[in-house]
Write a protein that binds this ligand. Structure first.
Ligand SMILES: NC(=O)c1ccc[n+]([C@@H]2O[C@H](COP(=O)([O-])OP(=O)(O)OC[C@H]3O[C@@H](n4cnc5c(N)ncnc54)[C@H](O)[C@@H]3O)[C@@H](O)[C@H]2O)c1
Length: 319
């Protein structure tokens, strides 16, 4: 029997999830504290709007939490207590304690918990990770990752550092997760932020346990500038580069410059949610798990503390 999913929230990212669930043929229920927006979403992508969270929890196999970051734990804990599997947007939560609370509640209830780090499902990133794991660049040494786009302006909570965490948490967590996927566990984080009004940039250096260094740059630029991500993965045997504005986006420099195609034609949100749904139905574990979600959050929290204190911070210090 196809899964029944409860989509919670009806804002920016819920739209991508609703479109993906429609594509997967899922039976969808929607709940939001903005009922007209939930009704509009259901009108576009299908699904049944319900008025109360408990009504939703009574109807579904799993919830898909697309609400502001600092609301994830309360919703996830209620879903787990009702015996529902949990899919949760990144960042897992705003603090380590609340992230751990979600993990503990899901473990205690015996339900799956998946954190939606969608970058792992973008074709160019998935291709690069597979190439590195296949030994194409030898041992990873220096990873350079950039992410730039207009500052998110669609919701007031995103401007509240206490709720969203700013560029170092909300935006750059995508790259911390990717860097950790490639380079392994992170032992130290050094971060700076420049700008407060208008363009804002964060620069974060990660030292990985195996000696790999990641250099991560994020910029919230002026509205209208194109969203762009790049990576440059240098290892003992070659360099892999990726650029979201280039076609084809991924090239490798060794033995000689060559483009690498990728097979993931799907929209990354559809690929991600299909993998989570398959795992809920008894299939293999997805490529990103709850511990990865908490580890990425801890790196982001260490970056925030580093930018505040001017010192390098270990992710274990914020846990
Ligand atoms: N994967 C990505 O690339 C990506 C992109 C954007 C946002 N996000 C993440 O997704 C989450 C949501 O971000 P957004 O930009 O969609 O925010 P948003 O403000 O656009 O949407 C949030 C939605 O949640 C609803 N809501 C708020 N509190 C609620 C509650 N207690 N119960 C039910 N509904 C509630 C709001 O009415 C709104 O519909 C955040 O954690 C954010 O970091 C991920």
């Amino acid at each position: 029997m196809p899964l029944s999913i409860g989509l919670i929230g009806s804002g920016f990212i819920a739209r991508s999830h609703a479109a993906a669930w429609q594509q997967l043929g899922t039976t969808l229920f929607l709940y939001s504290n903005d009922p007209p927006a939930a009704t509009a979403l259901a009108g576009q992508y299908g699904g049944t709007v319900v008025d109360e969270l408990d009504m939703l929890l009574g109807q579904v196999d799993a919830v898909d939490i697309c609400t502001p970051t600092d609301t994830h734990a309360d919703i996830a804990v209620r879903a787990a207590a009702a015996g529902r599997h949990v899919i949760c947007e990144k960042p897992l939560e705003r603090t380590h304690a609340q992230g751990q609370r979600i993990i503990d509640a899901c473990a205690e209830a015996g339900v799956h918990l998946f954190v939606a780090h969608v970058v792992r499902y973008f074709g160019e990133y998935a291709t690069a990770q597979a190439a590195v794991a296949g030994g194409e660049i030898g041992s990873p040494a220096v990873l350079r990752l950039t992410r730039s786009g207009a500052r998110p302006e669609w919701a007031t909570w995103l401007h509240n550092e206490q709720r969203a965490g700013g560029i170092l948490l909300d935006f750059m967590i995508h790259d911390y997760d990717f860097a950790r996927w490639i380079g392994g566990e992170v032992t130290s984080v050094y971060a700076t932020v420049t700008g407060s009004d208008g363009p804002v940039s964060g620069t974060v250096v990660l030292r990985h346990e195996n000696g790999t260094i990641s250099h991560i740059q994020g910029t919230w630029s002026r509205p209208g500038e194109p969203f762009r991500t790049t990576f440059d993965l240098a290892g003992s045997g070659g360099v892999l580069t990726g650029d979201s504005l280039r076609r084809p986006p991924v090239t490798i420099s060794v033995p000689e410059p060559a483009a690498i195609g990728h097979a993931l034609a799907d929209d990354p949100y559809t690929a991600e949610l299909a993998e989570f749904a398959a795992a809920i139905a008894g299939g293999p574990p997805p490529r990103v798990n709850a511990a990865d979600g908490l580890a990425a959050l801890d790196i982001a929290l260490a970056a925030l503390e580093s930018a505040r204190s001017g010192r390098a911070v270990s992710p274990t210090q914020v846990a």
